[in-house]
Design a protein around this ligand. Structure first.
Ligand SMILES: [Zn+2]
Length: 290
């Protein structure tokens, strides 16, 4: 994969092929057909929407040896209508329809979105301000000022997300902008100089004023909104007294298993494809040790 990105002759040939599967994006939105499936375009369908200036980002080859490419159409004033689309397509944010996709499709669209976003936000060198051109089919950019020649690579921002438990209780909070009833586990960004465990401990202390112990890693999930990875943990609370210390949470409370399972008082959990849901589900099913 990395060797393919380095081989510019090979890349130009495969990307130009009629076999290329193209995922267009317009301002962080993907085209979706009325069947809630992401629209994949051919070169012919995009036609004049593709110009010599359109940056094409190579995503990889599929099992049928077709290259997949993402293109950014955000310069257009309106979301384009796609010629050849047999069904009506509309443009949606992945966060609005990701739950309708299987894991592989969701991961592919997330990858396309993250790479398009990264390229769009690194058109200029962050050292000297000169334009930065795309290299390696969108996986690197380089400053055009020869005295600088700074090379820029995609970065991800680590965030921690943690389920805090105490006996038969688990701590859930809600942010004011969430739909009514929605609660989830706590989360926050890792700060420079912190270990992941430090970040988990600090976030819980900052948000609900609780000291924790027995911090363990659970699993992770790419979170390209725009460029994070969520690292999931679980930990035990030393005490139950909640005090909302910063303004991030509207409320936080302890819930027992029965009330979560029954959705008591209109409780709504995060979407099923999220790591937050997996953490809560594993705790409900006893797969997280107390
Ligand atoms: Zn530069």
């Amino acid at each position: 994969m990395d060797a393919q990105r380095e081989d510019s002759t090979w890349l130009e040939r495969v990307i130009d092929s009629d076999q290329t599967q193209i995922l267009p994006l317009w301002r962080n939105r993907h085209p979706v057909s009325s069947g809630s499936q992401p629209k994949v375009c051919t070169r012919g369908e995009l036609g004049k929407l593709l110009s010599a200036q359109t940056e094409q980002i190579f995503l990889g080859m599929d099992s049928d040896n077709h290259p997949w490419v993402a293109v950014d159409l955000s310069h257009l004033a309106q979301p384009p209508s796609l010629a050849g689309a047999e069904q009506q397509t509309e443009w949606f944010d992945l966060r609005k329809f990701g739950t309708l996709l299987d894991h592989a499709s969701g991961a592919l669209l997330a990858y396309a979105r993250a790479m398009v976003h990264w390229n769009a936000h690194h058109r200029f060198c962050n050292r000297c301000g000169h334009p930065a051109i795309m290299l390696r089919a969108g996986h690197q950019r380089q400053c055009t000022n020869s005295a600088c020649a700074h090379q820029i690579y995609p970065r991800i921002d680590p965030a921690v997300i943690m389920l805090i438990h105490h006996g038969d209780l688990c701590l859930l909070g809600r942010q004011p902008q969430w739909p009514a009833g929605r609660h989830s586990v706590l989360a926050g960004y890792v700060e420079p100089g912190e270990s992941l465990e430090d970040a988990v401990r600090r976030e819980v202390q900052e948000e609900v004023g609780i000291d924790i112990e027995a911090i363990h890693y659970h699993s992770s999930q790419a979170w390209p909104f725009p460029s994070s990875i969520m690292l999931g943990f679980y930990a035990r609370a030393k005490d139950l007294a909640i005090s909302l210390n910063d303004n991030e949470l509207e409320s936080a409370a302890w819930f027992d298993r029965d009330s979560i399972r029954q959705g008591s008082s209109g409780l709504l959990l995060p979407s099923r494809d999220s790591i937050a849901y997996r953490l809560i589900g594993d705790w409900l099913d006893g797969r997280i040790p107390g």
